[in-house]
Design a protein around this ligand. Structure first.
Ligand code: AMP
Ligand code: MG
Length: 401
């Protein structure tokens, strides 16, 4: 067995950051920029009003209350056709251009306009610039808005759109194929025959990829048959940035994934000192990273968390310090037992945040086939080799959600 960190290192060394592409902002959420983005224009691009109200000359309202003559209206999107002169005002709507002559806005709540006359009574004096959003107040033309390597959040995409920048140089969204293997697997809701089980891993892994900001590609479910496994992996390596298989990497006589991958790629076969998810295959097939994940459903999920996710984050351009999930400290609310076996255990646990700390209890049966506990868990508790933890002890956590 090899330590977890060594196995993670081997995987991460084999994966490279993906080459830069041009991405439309409609497709860019969660991707990392690969260029410095400079503002081609200011935001806002003109002085405008932050309030519905009246544009005035501040010097005219010093002695308020005072009555001014309304010379016109400027709505948002309109080019002003009026000039505000001495003792005059223009009605303005939020976002409208400040008409020439005016240097302040009085909000509508501080005014009284009669419907049938062209007069407005201003109740209070306002300083010069009142409620005016200046051109370039958010972003100045030529300003660097984002550096290279920034995650494009919805807010970032809003900034780009506000600048009229609809495409950006970024690291691509990894396309990752998922293949299930096993003679016992059934895909669909037909009644199970003796010995059959339903393929769950593919659905779980496709969803995990989606959650990780990747583009999942369904490579289907194939029996323990060398040529069918080889064909599916070849298709995956041709059209994807990475391929995940599950099943067939253990010590069984029908573990053909092992045989096929050995013929197709430059593979490392690892027995990692962890439970679940001890067996792992990793290698490159035509330069594409291929992960042979274990077949047990909980193992394949934990293997994804510990090996695939960090690799994908590296490929997406994240910096090394954010490849791995951060370890959080919690406290056991109950005993979390295990037996010494030379491995680090990743227990499926339920974490509650109570009075400023994470309280940790078991999420259910800890067998690597018991997916219901995995579904119920919102964290993995790291149990070092030994007899486990008593109640009220400190515990390291990988918070999943
Ligand atoms: P294997 O690694 O092929 O020996 O599989 C280990 C265990 O995981 C066996 O009990 C398999 O039936 C189960 N298994 C393998 N693939 C899947 C899958 N796609 N969905 C659910 N269980 C699976
Ligand atoms: Mg199998």
């Amino acid at each position: 067995m090899i330590p977890l960190a060594q196995a993670q290192d081997r995987v991460l060394t084999g994966c490279s950051v993906l080459p830069v592409v041009t991405v439309s902002i409609a497709e860019a959420r969660g991707l990392l920029t690969a260029e410095t983005v400079t503002a081609p224009e200011p935001v806002p691009s003109f002085d405008n009003t932050a309030m519905d109200g009246f544009a005035v000359r501040s010097q005219d309202v010093v002695g308020a209350p005072i009555t001014l003559t309304v010379v016109g209206t400027v709505s948002a999107g309109a080019t002003p056709s009026v000039v505000v002169g001495a003792n005059q005002a223009a009605r303005v709507m939020t976002g409208a251009v400040i008409p020439p002559g005016a240097d302040a806005v009085v909000m509508v709540e501080l005014t009284q306009a009669s419907g049938d006359s062209d007069e407005v009574k201003v109740a209070q004096a306002v300083p010069k610039g009142n409620h005016i959003r200046r051109a370039g107040e958010d972003i100045v033309a030529g300003q660097v808005v984002f550096g290279s390597g920034e995650v494009l959040t919805p807010g970032h995409l809003g900034v780009l759109a506000s600048l009229g920048v609809y495409e950006v140089q970024a690291r691509p969204r990894p396309r990752v194929g998922v293949l299930s293997t096993g003679d016992e697997l059934v895909d669909g809701c037909q009644p199970l025959k003796a010995g059959q089980i339903r393929d769950s891993n593919r659905h779980t892994l496709l969803a995990l990829l989606d959650e990780a900001g990747c583009e999942p590609v369904d490579l289907g479910c194939v029996p323990d048959d060398e040529s069918q496994i080889a064909d599916a992996i070849r298709i995956g390596a041709e059209c994807c940035h990475g391929v995940l298989t599950s099943g067939g990497v253990s010590m069984g006589d029908y573990d053909y994934v092992k045989k096929v991958l050995n013929e197709m790629g430059d593979m490392s076969w690892m027995q990692v000192a962890i439970k679940p998810a001890k067996p792992l295959a990793f290698g490159l097939v035509d330069g594409v990273p291929v992960f042979g994940l274990p077949g047990n459903p909980v193992s394949s999920m934990v293997s994804f968390e510990l090996f695939v996710l960090p690799a994908l984050r590296k490929m997406m351009g994240h910096p090394p310090e954010s490849w791995h999930r951060q370890v959080t400290l919690g406290r056991t609310a109950e005993k979390l037992s295990r037996h010494p076996d030379g491995k680090t255990h990743f227990a499926r646990v339920k974490v509650r945040y109570v009075d400023g700390e994470y309280l940790v209890s078991s999420a259910g049966g800890q067998g690597s086939h018991q997916m219901s506990a995995m579904a119920n868990a919102n964290a993995l508790a790291v149990l070092p080799d030994g007899e486990g933890l008593e109640a009220d002890e400190a515990v390291s956590l990988l918070i999943l959600r």
